[in-house]
Design a protein around this ligand. Structure first.
Ligand code: TPP
Ligand code: MG
Length: 743
């Protein structure tokens, strides 16, 4: 490969460095400026980190001109963030902006044997050897550096950062160890435009709220303010106006051209955060060079003069100036370092041409959601000590209570999880004193304590952010979302963040969790759409997650144990979708029959009662028709099956129990036995589950008659009008008759 022409940015910098006037020579161990905690020698080392970051950016563009590399968003202009890293410890969990390359290179210097140039270049080449994402994304991340990888979604990491800090703050009150040192702080960087994203705004508000409530939250926000978001200017003074005077949030600003100033401000804030366990906001003023990305034609929205006018604010020039004028280096020394780093980066880049990329779909998906069913089964039977259970439940153990409703069974299973799994936490809106929106968590706080069962503020992004932070810190979070409709405003925290972490970190980071959601329709004419939301498509297409949806008490307890065990053992992200309308249902066919109640299994039966992920449950063995359903649809289907039996139509009813992964093989097996299939689906006709069931049958070569009855493609209205929308027992019976007669 040919060497390239130098970018005007580099040439301007070289000229400016050459023109610097050296001060009287000083020893490397002396402060870089009077009173600074940073030495001249330390600054020189950090200049190398800055140069590495800059030359990585230049190399990314140079590689593109040669037809190599896949990523050109860089950190040029932001490299003063190296001095923030230097003020922190390499064990402080870091969630970084995509321009925090200087931070990454500086942090790598704090840990033996890590070459940040290699790491970042491998990312550009989408190499399988890249240490965090292994070719799945270009991202700053490395387990050995406590740098948790981020997605490309602006600000989506900020709720997790708050969750990590919350977990560090909560750790002293828990009996379980977490992944970070007791005196760690979390650091989270983001851009100035990103600071306006509702995700960031909400998360920072949560941090302020915690501080206001005296909850420990050791978190350093770093806003890398280059005054622009792609092409849109941030109004002068906005970041300070928005974040300079927030309750509970200490604010300091630092100028990226003054490295000692950045270091001292960051060190001061870090010491304060560590000591007070309160959040702080470092406003780091930067510039942006080289456009937003290689593909961005900056000249379309910035004049050449404007672009050049930022050159004097180059953080690399600021560092060089402090070193030269402070007497720690001569311009020639700095220019020589530049040449050394430049050559090193280019040589490394050349050596990576042809680096192996992911070679098969299996290799790509390997870290998506590792499953070890045997280990999960073993973990799912883990129970608290008999004494602990006895203390928790008092005189009557749940297995001695008699048959339970679905809500009671979830409650008892949550209790057993809290007893058996010291890493588990239960939280959400109203879950503590009130016991959750439907009382499912009632009594848990009184026993587990307010450190493990607690109310959050009313923000689903923050609830899931807390789960993300607790999960990546080694705990087993079990958050509650009050209604399925209210998952949607926070859905990216599940889809973009939780589900993708293992994938983008080759399993080095995981965030196992069980998100309990009260959902579905049929609330006896109550509530309207938002309390009867029945759409699950948004969950079913998220790669790798598990969606459990029990219909009755016995299944719910066993499935909750499975989910908690999978979250703890394999880092599985589980959604546990509970049918509100069946929470308190006791009967199936006749009033008073109690057929929808189940006894609670005693621990010695948990192994036999274990429900593996993806295993459905069969009712009956009728040979005329297979009815496939789940949740409310199961209750409806079992009633319909009895009416059909009176007509001489013998049905098998299959409860899917798991909506992801779908038990397609079992459906096919039972379909072959019965010859005809009817899917009874309480979700919508479009994007529901039945489409996948029928597609699975067709793909498997099943040729018998198939049909589905579903709820309508509509929102659910208030009152009895809901019944026009939701699938009914009569529709099931009619469709089944048609199907059987037709065949
Ligand atoms: C949620 C979301 N919306 C839009 C984008 C596209 N996008 C990528 S970077 C960016 C601007 C970010 O600006 P800022 O936060 O100031 O960071 P900077 O690039 O200036 O460092 C946008 C809009 C995105 N990545 N995520
Ligand atoms: Mg910006």
């Amino acid at each position: 490969m040919s060497t390239d022409r130098r970018d005007p940015l580099e040439t301007a910098w070289q000229e400016a460095v050459s023109a610097l006037r050296p001060g009287p020579p000083r020893e490397a161990g002396e402060p870089v400026r009077p009173g600074s905690g940073l030495t001249g020698g330390g600054t020189l080392a950090l200049l190398d980190a800055q140069l590495e970051s800059r030359h990585l950016d230049l190399a990314a563009r140079w590689l593109r001109t040669q037809g190599h590399g896949f990523y050109t968003i860089g950190s040029a202009g932001h490299e003063s963030n190296a001095f923030v890293a230097a003020a922190l410890r390499p064990t402080d969990p870091a969630l970084l902006h995509y321009r925090s390359g200087g931070f990454y290179c500086a942090r790598a210097r704090q840990v033996e044997g890590i070459d940040p140039v290699r790491d970042v270049l491998l990312g550009m080449f989408a190499s399988v050897d890249e240490p965090i994402a292994g070719g799945r994304h270009k991202v700053f991340g490395r387990h050995e550096l406590a740098v948790i990888p981020q997605t490309s979604t602006i600000a989506s990491h900020v709720p997790r950062a708050v969750g990590v800090a919350f977990t560090i703050g909560r750790a002293p009150k828990l009996a379980a160890p977490i992944a970070w040192p007791a005196d760690a702080l979390a650091v989270c960087s983001f851009g100035d435009a990103s600071a306006n994203h509702s995700t960031a705004v909400g998360a920072i508000n949560t941090a302020c709220h915690c501080a206001h409530a005296n909850l420990p939250l050791p978190l350093l926000f770093v806003c890398e303010d280059n005054g622009i978001g792609i092409s849109v200017r941030t109004p002068t003074g906005w970041i300070e106006a928005a974040y300079g005077r927030r309750p509970g949030l200490r604010y300091e600003a630092a100028d990226g051209t003054n490295p000692a100033g950045v270091f001292d401000a960051a060190a001061e804030l870090a010491a304060w955060v560590r000591a007070t366990r309160r959040p702080a906001f470092l406003h780091l003023r930067t510039v942006r060079f080289l456009g937003h990305a290689g593909s961005d034609v900056e000249a379309g929205y910035r004049t050449p003069e404007e672009i050049r006018s930022a050159y004097p604010s180059d953080p690399l020039l600021g560092t060089a100036r402090q070193l030269v004028e402070g007497g720690f280096a001569r311009p020639v020394d700095i220019l020589a370092r530049n040449e050394e780093v430049r050559a090193r980066v280019r040589t490394a880049a050349q050596g990576m041409v042809g680096a192996r990329q992911l070679a098969s779909a299996d290799e790509v998906a390997a870290p998506l959601s590792p499953r070890r069913p045997d280990a999960v089964a073993a973990a799912a039977v883990g129970t608290g000590a008999p004494d602990a259970r006895r203390w928790w439940f008092g005189r009557t153990l749940p297995e001695e209570e008699g048959p339970l409703t679905l809500a009671q069974a979830v409650n008892r299973a949550l209790a057993d999880t809290l007893v058996a799994e010291p890493r588990s936490l239960v939280f959400g809106e109203d879950v503590a004193a009130k016991g959750g929106v439907y009382g499912v968590t009632r009594g848990l706080m009184a026993r587990a304590g307010a450190a493990r069962v607690f109310d959050t503020l009313l923000d689903e992004q923050s609830i899931l952010g807390l789960a993300l932070g607790a999960g990546v810190s080694g705990l087993v979070p079990i958050p509650e979302i009050q209604y399925l409709a209210y998952l949607h405003n926070a859905e990216d925290q599940l889809r973009g963040e939780a589900a993708s972490l293992s994938f983008f970190s080759r399993g080095r980071y995981r965030n196992g969790m069980v998100i309990r959601i009260a959902g579905y329709g049929y609330q006896k004419g109550f509530g309207g759409h938002f309390h009867n939301d029945n759409g699950v498509a948004v969950l079913r297409d998220i790669p790798g997650i598990v969606v459990a949806s029990p219909a009755r008490a016995g299944d719910a307890a066993a499935m909750l144990r499975t989910c908690a065990a999978a979250a703890a053992t394999d880092g599985t992200v589980c959604v546990f979708l509970e049918p509100i309308a069946l929470y308190a249902t006791a009967d199936l066919h006749e009033a008073g029959d109690g057929a929808w109640l189940d006894p609670y299994d005693p621990p010695e039966r948990w192994a036999d009662a274990h429900v593996p992920i993806g295993e459905p449950r069969r009712y009956g063995s009728g040979r005329d028709l297979l009815i496939v359903s789940w949740a409310n649809g199961l209750h409806i289907s079992l009633r319909a099956a009895r009416r059909l039996a009176a007509d001489g139509i013998d049905c098998t009813v299959l409860d899917l129990r798991w909506l992801a992964p779908l038990p397609t093989d079992a459906v096919v097996l039972h379909a072959r036995e019965a010859g005809r299939v009817l899917v009874v689906e309480e979700t919508r006709r479009s994007g529901g589950v039945g489409e996948a069931i029928l597609a699975g049958l067709v793909e498997a070569g099943f040729t018998g008659p198939m049909a589905r009855v579903t709820s309508k493609d509509s929102f659910v209205p208030l009152g009895d009008a809901a019944l026009h929308i939701l699938v009914s027992e009569d529709e099931v019976v009619a469709a089944a008759r048609t199907l059987v007669v037709r065949a």
